[in-house]
Design a protein around this ligand. Structure first.
Ligand SMILES: [Zn+2]
Length: 495
């Protein structure tokens, strides 16, 4: 937490207010085809308006067909969030007119969603948050508009692309159980992690396949009744969620403390200007005139179906993190980092299963491997070295085949291009020198050639040892066993 955030939170507490935040997250499913037709759902991979057909273009006389995979993925998500799956669900038409909505309505779910009454729990600071999940339902995404000119002010023209129209979209509605911008950010982080673990969403907030809207209001601490709520849209990163809520909480507090009244409205987050601006008030709110979608049959989800979906459930992040602490003796913090993504956690377990000690594998993966993955934007499992290559390298380290600095240099070199670490070590003669006789001879030579440093060390200047170790390393082209070199020098110099 920055001092500015602390100031915001404590200013509010001092004024006797608390924030009430609920989030609505939209997540695109990773199905091959769209929600109600067989068009490809990979809307970014094709020229504009090419992944379309009469159904998703909304032409008259066409009939939608429900994508079974989308139903399964939504049920899986709902189960991961501890929701009830009612035996009966249906789709409804949500009517409104917008250029990216070719039918003039969106097929969504109104009063009988696919799931309800779940929760997501996590800890922020001292507070154990258990945020209720009102519902997870399924709908179709809209198309996209590309505006010429400056959208905030006045676009001169707009182009519509309907490739995205009809892509399966889950809406995950959270209860107003969050109390700070920190908690809201953590909720999105955890939810995204679960969606990616179960493989239903790619987690990209930048590309918009995961989107978040927030409802936020303030009330006097201890009061039951909610204050006037404001909806915030357009937050497309964890950071944006956090900053927009911090901004909005402070804005509302300012209005209340000045004796003003808040209006129920929708506000958009403008990242570049670091503020929210009013988009529409309650009076301009849509009346969606929901009614049951007449072209789709209601769905009866029998218990066998739900149980078959449940069998697909992988170990979820929280449970895996706990297991990592027990099975591998890692701290909760380290386990949390290693389990942040399923791919990283899989990689870690594969390296350990190959015979690398758990702690050694954790240190390398969280240190140099993470550094390279970030620098190159390539995770370990997709790097040239790969998981097996890392395991081979770390087995050399563990067995004393190479020393730490050599292994690190090899990791840097092989991370992208790949290669067999043992073979590279053999070919280039990089094996660690740990023969006491051989190193002893080199140590003697170094002492003889650096009489001044040796004298300094004998005279009590402890740091003189470092330059002698460095000379031995240089003489062995960096391959010496540093621990042994230290021991040999001390032995000869009486340290
Ligand atoms: Zn289509």
């Amino acid at each position: 937490m920055t001092t500015q955030e602390m100031a915001g939170t404590s200013a509010m507490a001092a004024a006797g207010y608390e924030a009430v935040i609920g989030l609505e997250v939209h997540a695109q499913l990773l199905t091959r085809s769209k929600m109600f037709c067989s068009c490809s759902a990979a809307y970014n991979d094709a020229p504009p308006n090419s992944n379309t057909c009469p159904v998703c273009l909304g032409l008259p006389g066409t009939l939608p067909v429900i994508n079974r995979q989308a139903i399964e993925d939504t049920v899986l998500t709902a189960l991961a969030l501890h929701c009830d799956i009612p035996p009966f669900t249906k789709f409804d038409r949500k009517n409104y007119f917008y250029p990216d909505l070719p039918k003039g309505y969106q097929i969504s779910q109104y009063d009988l969603p696919l799931s309800r009454n779940g929760w997501l729990s996590f800890t922020v600071g001292e507070r154990e948050v258990r945020c209720g999940i009102t519902r997870v339902h399924l709908e179709e995404d809209t198309g996209t508009l590309k505006h010429a000119g400056d959208l905030i002010h006045q676009a001169t023209s707009s182009l519509v692309d309907l490739n995205r129209a009809g892509v399966p979209l889950m809406e995950i509605v959270g209860e107003p159980d969050l109390r700070s911008a920190d908690e809201a950010r953590e909720y999105v982080v955890r939810l995204r992690q679960i969606l990616m673990y179960i493989g239903v969403n790619d987690g990209s907030m930048e590309k918009g396949s995961l989107r978040c809207d927030a409802n936020v209001s303030l009330r006097r601490a201890g009061e039951e009744q909610f204050g006037v709520k404001v909806e915030i849209k357009n937050m497309n990163s964890f950071r944006a969620v956090h900053r927009a809520l911090e901004y909005e909480i402070e804005r509302q507090l300012g209005v209340l403390q000045a004796g003003g009244t808040l209006v129920q409205e929708t506000r958009g987050w403008i990242e570049t200007e670091n503020r929210t601006v009013s988009q529409r008030s309650k009076e301009q709110a849509h009346d969606y005139r929901y009614f049951p979608e007449p072209d789709l049959p209601p769905l009866q989800l029998d218990r066998d179906f739900v149980e078959r979906v449940r069998e697909r459930m992988p170990e979820l992040p929280e449970a895996r993190q706990r297991r990592f602490t027990e099975q591998y003796g890692l701290s909760a913090y380290d386990a949390g980092i290693l389990c942040a993504s399923r791919d990283d956690a899989d990689a870690y377990e594969a390296v350990v299963a190959a015979g690398v000690p758990a702690k050694l594998a954790a240190n390398w993966q969280m240190g140099d491997v993470a550094r390279l993955a970030n620098a190159h934007h390539v995770p370990l499992h997709r790097s040239g070295l790969g998981v097996a290559g890392l395991a081979a390298l770390l087995k050399l380290v563990e067995g004393g085949g190479v020393n730490g600095p050599t292994a690190k240099a090899l990791l840097d070199e092989l991370y992208l291009e790949g290669g067999d670490p043992a073979q590279v070590v053999a070919e280039r003669g990089l094996a660690q020198v740990s023969d006491a006789d051989e190193l002893g001879r080199i140590v003697d030579e170094v002492i003889a050639a650096n009489a001044k440093a040796a004298e300094d060390y004998r005279g009590g200047k402890a740091q003189a040892l470092g330059s002698l170790v460095g000379q031995v390393m240089k003489a062995t082209r960096g391959r010496a066993d540093a621990k042994l070199v230290n021991a040999l020098l001390r032995e000869r110099l009486g340290g």
